[in-house]
Design a protein around this ligand. Structure first.
Ligand code: ATR
Length: 275
């Protein structure tokens, strides 16, 4: 008798355009892992039930995306330290005893893209993280674990940046402020974790924040350079980067958690860029 195929899915709303099935099937093909990975349209108010149904039907794990990551954090039975700091779960693993473990691979994905794919050296660097919502919180712990000299979180609503920094200050040198307080400061890397790009807008941060050789990294991606990447070019950034590599790397980290095998991400990133 052949074993039933291991089932995974990504749940979110909207979900139709998620690239995750394509990415995970590419990983599975490359590593010889036998699995199926589908999209699940999450329904507000029914998330917990949908996760329960998926796991009861033999599901082995889920990726969770907008707007359910915080709800997933509340739902799981146990959490990794990085999920705990993120207060959000993007990866659910069904353990052998049926309990659900929550992890968050977003920050690890960002750091791997920056350091392994792009060759950034974050140790001792000055990082400006723009935004203080779920996307920013999700990546802070892994960023701090690279031992930057300082991370400044700047947000349109300054109090949210101050609160987020205070919450994670025990993990490393991080402070929070509003956009106005940034004037005159210099950074090696500016990361956009705001939702401004959804409206093709750029956060209203001051000019001249980038040091010579400074980089701009947008956690969003699109077919064309994002508004923030265009802003970075205007600021003379040595490199302007989008979040496609982060997307593939966070998927690879989830794949590793589920299957214990690390896929090679480079060909998958290349294929997505070509498409
Ligand atoms: P996410 O989970 O994607 O981070 P969120 O929690 O709603 O979503 O947070 C959105 C972030 O984008 C916030 O930091 C928000 O700033 P405020 O806290 O001041 O609302 C930021 N944001 C959204 N649109 C923005 C814009 N046009 N300019 C600057 N910041 C923006």
């Amino acid at each position: 008798m052949t074993r039933p195929i291991d089932r995974y899915a990504v749940i979110g709303n909207p979900i139709a355009h998620s690239k995750s099935p394509r990415i995970h099937h590419a990983f599975a093909e490359q590593t010889g892992e036998r699995l199926e990975y589908t999209r699940l349209l999450g329904e507000p108010g029914r998330f917990a039930e949908q996760v329960g149904d998926f796991m009861a039907a033999g599901g082995k794990g889920l990726n969770v995306t907008v707007p359910f990551k915080e709800e997933a954090w509340r739902l799981v039975d146990e959490r990794s330290p990085r999920a705990e700091s993120a207060r959000a779960v993007n990866t659910i693993i069904r353990l052998a005893d049926g309990r659900l473990r929550g992890d968050n691979t977003d920050g690890a994905g960002l750091v791997r893209d920056l350091c392994d794919n792009l060759g950034a050296r974050l140790q001792d660097s000055r990082i400006l993280l723009v935004g203080a919502g779920g996307a920013a919180r999700g990546v802070l712990r892994p960023l701090l674990e690279t031992h930057p000299r300082q991370i400044v979180i700047a947000n349109r609503t300054a109090s949210k940046a101050v609160d987020l920094a205070a919450d994670l200050a025990k993990l490393g040198p991080v402070t929070g402020c509003g956009f106005g307080e940034l004037s005159g400061r210099r950074f090696d890397l500016i990361i956009n974790a705001t939702a401004a790009g959804l409206a093709d807008a750029v956060p209203d941060i001051p000019d001249n924040l980038l040091d010579t050789n400074g980089w701009c990294y947008d956690m969003m991606y699109g077919d064309e350079p994002t508004a923030f990447m265009r802003w970075g070019e205007g600021q003379g950034a040595a490199r302007t980067l989008d979040g496609l590599g982060m997307l593939v790397e966070q998927a690879a980290e989830s794949f590793y958690l589920w299957r214990g095998v690390r896929p090679d991400t480079a060909p998958v990133i290349r294929a997505l860029r070509r498409a």
